[in-house]
Design a protein around this ligand. Sequence first.
Ligand code: F0G
Length: 364
Amino acid sequence: MTATEGTSQAVRQPDGRFILQRYRDLLPITDQTPLRTLGEGGTPLLRSRVIEGELGLGALYFKLESLNPTGSFKDRGMVVAVAKAAEDGAKAVICASTGNTSASAAAYAVLHGLRAYVVVPSGRIATGKLAQAVAHGAEIVAIDGSFDDALRIVRELADRHPVSLVNSVNDHRIQGQKTAAFEIADELGDAPEVLCIPVGNAGNITAYWRGFTEYYHLEQSTKLPAVWGFQAAGAAPIVLGEPVAHPETVATAIRIGNPASWAGAVEARDASGGSITAVTDDEIMEAYRRLAKDEGVFCEPASAASVAGLMRKAREGADLSGQTAVCIITGSGLKDPESAMTIKATRHDSAAEVRDVERALGWS
Ligand code: F0G
């Protein structure tokens, strides 16, 4: 059965291989590249249960990149970038991060026996992500500044010291991340009409567009999707057409004012006939709650920007009938428990006796 025939089902990678093996010929892999894996890629393409019908789509899928080994899409890029660093003889990797890149870099550094140095904006990264960097033994520098400051600093550090930069300015990251587009086309039998994706530093939107165009030119797909990128309204430099000095949003993962892959995002938007638009924090949190409560998908706020954006497009009158759309769920909700705890919960405190619990539930 193909993905398009089922409803509400996850479709797994058919052959069980990981991305370095499965897409080897389309990746910068040599005989010297150490092919080590933590199990990245092969993530489910989940059919929407409720939102698809509400928006009048032909089909809506969520690509659950949150189910990668460290809980975000970064692992696809990091498995390539850190392997290439090891192949080149690096002893250490460095990155700036809003959290997920640092978690992933730290894990893949362990896999290859390298040191990891991560520079993050102090107090602005979700607890779970920091916990991952700590657990994997990364050396962490929390700066009194933004992600954009951190990226500027690590670029210079990588020029001055023998450390390999593994932010998405490293093309190996983009190469690895493009494999998600291959998986989508493989599993749907073709590219979808619409791709919805959150945009922060703009590496991922660049990677998806590269993946879809490569597949199209290799005649592995017959069409290209319209790429709809979404930034948070308080951190929307590409929408505004100029850098944002003090980006602000609940979606801390995409709290970025001057994306490194700006040009790649604009290329994806224009060449695909797509758009990059802003969604408010309220819209992001509404989509975040809807995904959790109506679809069973627990993601982080930045990921919900893709669904918030699709909902906004539908509200603004986009004709989605008969269209297949894929929303990229970029990171796991478990990384950011504070955001989840803002949801009004049905919680009762009770003594530890059946009668008390019955009373608390109103069953007696
Ligand atoms: N979603 C999540 C969960 C992210 O962590 C990021 C970026 C994005 C979306 C945006 O992807 O930057 O390629 O446009 N996180 C980076 C980090 C910046 O440091 O973890 P992008």
